[in-house]
Design a binder for this molecule. Structure first.
Ligand SMILES: Nc1ncnc2c1ncn2[C@@H]1O[C@H](COP(=O)(O)OP(=O)(O)OP(=O)(O)O)[C@@H](O)[C@H]1O
Ligand SMILES: C[C@@](O)(CCOP(=O)(O)OP(=O)(O)O)CC(=O)O
Length: 403
C-alpha cells in the first residue's frame, strides 16, 4: 500500500477515553439519528488505563474508498451506516471550509485511511464503542482542521454510538436528550471538569471480556417496545435523578452521588428484566459485587462505594481517593494482590495497603463467587477528554504502522 512520495499524505492522531454512565442512556426515540429517550450523565475515565488511539489520514493517492482498520483488522465500513454517517457529516463541514477559502487543500475529496487500536477488549461491555467513535470523530475533525467545539462534534459522534458523544469531553459529562426532531439540540456538555472533583476513583472488575449476547442497540429497542416500567423511568425517574446528581457533583457529595448511581444502575437493569423477552446483563458475579459494596458501606457506617453496570456483567465501582484502603484495599484482600491481574495508573499506591474492612457479616459464598469470577481488575479514576498526539498509526507515506 505504498504511496508515491510526490503525493501528500495528511494525518492527525488522537487518543480518546471511555466513559461510564452513572445515569444510564437506555432507549432511542429516533433510531436513524440516534436520539435518546432520556438524558444521561457519565464520568470520563483516565486514558492512562483504557484508551483508543486513532489516526485519520487522507491523500489523493489513496484508493477510492475510505477504509478503517481496527486492532489490525480491516473493517467493513461501507456497510456500517454509523461510521459512514460520522464521516459524511465531517466531510460536509470540511467541504464548506474549502468552499469558503479556495487556498485550502481539497481534503474533503480525498479518500480517508483511518487506523485505530483499543488497548482493551472490543465489544465486551467496556465501552469500546464510546471511546472508538469519539476518537474517530476527533481525529477526522483534527485532520480537517474543523473549528467546531467538542459540544458541536458530540452531535456527530452520537450518530456513531450514543454514549460516544460523552467521550469527547473529560470529567463529568451530561448528554441532554434535546427536544427537536432533527436532533440538533441533543448534545453532550461538560457538567464539571475532572479538576473539579479529581479524587473520584473507579475500580473495574472485569467479569467477562467476551462479546455480549444482546447488543446495547438491540437490547434498548426491546426495552422501549415492551417494558412497562420504562415509561416511568423516562418521564420522571431520570429527570429527577439528573438534577440531583448534578447537585451532588457540584457539591462533591459522594454519598448522594453514590446512592443515585447505584439506584440508576438498578432501575436500568430492572427495565431490562421487565423487557419481553427479558434481558439479563448482570450475572452471579455481578450480583456478588453488589452485595459486597452494600456490605462495605454498612461495615464502614457511611457510603464509601457505588457500583454501576452497563450492558454486561462487569462492575465499575466508584469511590473517593481518601477511601482507597476501605474500598480497593478490601477488594484486594478478597481477591489477593495479584489474582485477577491488577493494573492501572492508580495501582501503585495500593501496593502497600494492608488494612481493609471486616467482612465477617458477608456470606462466604459471595466472596468465593468473586474470587472465582473476576479475571482482571483495573484501578482508574476520572480523567481528561481526547488528547492530540504525534504517535501516528499511519506513516508519512501513508502506510499502516505495524501494530
Ligand atoms: N477504535 C474504534 N474505532 C471505531 N469503531 C470502534 C472502535 N472500537 C469499537 N468500535 C465499534 O464499536 C463496536 C462495539 O460496540 P459495542 O457497543 O458492541 O461494545 P462496547 O462498546 O465495547 O460495549 P458497551 O457499549 O456495552 O460498553 C465495534 O464492533 C465497532 O463497530
Ligand atoms: C448501558 C449503556 O452503556 C448503553 C450504551 O449504549 P451505546 O451507546 O453502546 O448504544 P448505541 O447508541 O446503540 O451505540 C449506558 C450508557 O453508556 O449510558
Amino acid at each position: 500500500m505504498a504511496t508515491p512520495s510526490s503525493q501528500p499524505v495528511f494525518r492527525a492522531t488522537t487518543t480518546a477515553p471511555v466513559n461510564i454512565a452513572v445515569i444510564k442512556y437506555w432507549g432511542k426515540r429516533d433510531t436513524t439519528l440516534n436520539l435518546p429517550t432520556n438524558s444521561s450523565l457519565s464520568v470520563t475515565l483516565s486514558q492512562k488505563s483504557l484508551r483508543t488511539l486513532t489516526t485519520a489520514s487522507c491523500s489523493p493517492s489513496y484508493p477510492t474508498e475510505d477504509t478503517l482498520n481496527l486492532n489490525g483488522r480491516p473493517q467493513e465500513i461501507q456497510s456500517s451506516k454509523r461510521t459512514l454517517a460520522c464521516i459524511s457529516s465531517l466531510r460536509t463541514l470540511r467541504k464548506s471550509l474549502e468552499d469558503a477559502d479556495s487556498s485550502l487543500p481539497k481534503l474533503s475529496s480525498y479518500p480517508l485511511r483511518i487506523v485505530s487500536e483499543n488497548n482493551f477488549p472490543t465489544a465486551a461491555g467496556l465501552a469500546s464503542s464510546a471511546a472508538g467513535f469519539a476518537a474517530l470523530v476527533r481525529a477526522v475533525a483534527d485532520l480537517y482542521q474543523l473549528p467546531q467545539s467538542p459540544r458541536e462534534l458530540s452531535r456527530i459522534a452520537r450518530q456513531g454510538s450514543g454514549s460516544a458523544c460523552r467521550s469527547l469531553m473529560g470529567g463529568y459529562v451530561a448528554w441532554r436528550t434535546g427536544e427537536l426532531a432533527d436532533g440538533t439540540d441533543s448534545l453532550a456538555e461538560e457538567v464539571a471538569p475532572a479538576s473539579h472533583w479529581p479524587e473520584m476513583r473507579a475500580i473495574v472488575l472485569v467479569v467477562s471480556a467476551e462479546k455480549k449476547d444482546v447488543s446495547s442497540t438491540e437490547g434498548m429497542q426491546t426495552t422501549v417496545a415492551t417494558s412497562e416500567l420504562f415509561a416511568q423511568r423516562v418521564s420522571s425517574v431520570v429527570p429527577e435523578r439528573m438534577t440531583a446528581i448534578e447537585e451532588a457533583i457540584r457539591d462533591k457529595d459522594f454519598p448522594k452521588f453514590a446512592e443515585i448511581t447505584m439506584r440508576d444502575s438498578n432501575t436500568f437493569h430492572a427495565t431490562c428484566l421487565d423487557s419481553w423477552p427479558p434481558i439479563f446483563y448482570m450475572n452471579d458475579v455481578s450480583r456478588a459485587a453488589v452485595r459486597l459494596v452494600h456490605d462495605i458501606n454498612n461495615a464502614v457506617g457511611r457510603t464509601v462505594a457505588a457500583y454501576t453496570y452497563d450492558a454486561g456483567p462487569n462492575s465499575v465501582i466508584y469511590y473517593e481517593e481518601k477511601d482507597t484502603e476501605l474500598v480497593a484495599g478490601t477488594i484486594k484482600s478478597i481477591l489477593g494482590a495479584t489474582a485477577g491481574g491488577w493494573d492501572g495508573p492508580f495501582y501503585e499506591p495500593l501496593a502497600n495497603v494492608t488494612s481493609s474492612v471486616s467482612l465477617e457479616k458477608t456470606d462466604p459464598r459471595v466472596l468465593d463467587v468473586l474470587k472465582n469470577g473476576i479475571s482482571r481488575v483495573i484501578l482508574t479514576g476520572v480523567g481528561e477528554g481526547p488528547i492530540s498526539v504525534e504517535d501516528h498509526l499511519v506513516t508519512e507515506t501513508g502506510e499502516m504502522v505495524n501494530q
